[in-house]
Design a protein around this ligand. Structure first.
Ligand code: 5GP
Length: 116
């Protein structure tokens, strides 16, 4: 689970993907298979496999993910109506890509938090 994923290649633009935001800590781009009208992924540049692997040294990066989500929500025009931020962890959490990422979801009513 410590192997790099496709997200590292996107961050380095080895796989060309339009970036919505990038700085020294985080990168954001649209989800390739959007589940809702506005579906953006906000990813630390550093490879961290799961939330279980974060340390106190990552706190600045994790905070930056939130402030970038806020900025992008405004740019998407979804900030006032609302949106949801999700980070999945491991199998039960539904994590598919083992490089932590925050989903910014909005652009339509999102309904109940979970449908099991
Ligand atoms: P997870 O289930 O791990 O929380 O979410 C992984 C997300 O990454 C999924 O929503 C999936 O559609 C998205 N994804 C997987 N591969 C790629 C890719 O190559 N490019 C982009 N832009 N999104 C991807």
């Amino acid at each position: 689970m410590s192997e790099e994923t496709i997200f590292s290649k996107i961050i380095r633009q080895e796989i060309p993907t339009p970036l919505l935001y990038q700085d020294e800590l985080v990168t954001a781009f649209r989800d390739v298979a959007p589940r809702v009208d506005s579906h953006i992924l906000i990813v630390p540049n550093k490879h961290i496999a799961t939330i279980n692997d974060v340390t106190s040294e990552d706190e600045l990066t994790l905070g930056r993910m939130i402030t970038v989500a806020k900025k992008l929500a405004k740019e998407e025009g979804i900030d006032e109506k609302g949106y949801r931020l999700i980070i999945n962890c491991n199998n039960d959490g539904g994590q598919e890509v083992y490089h932590i990422h925050m989903h910014l979801l909005g652009g339509q009513p999102l309904g109940a938090m979970l449908s099991l």
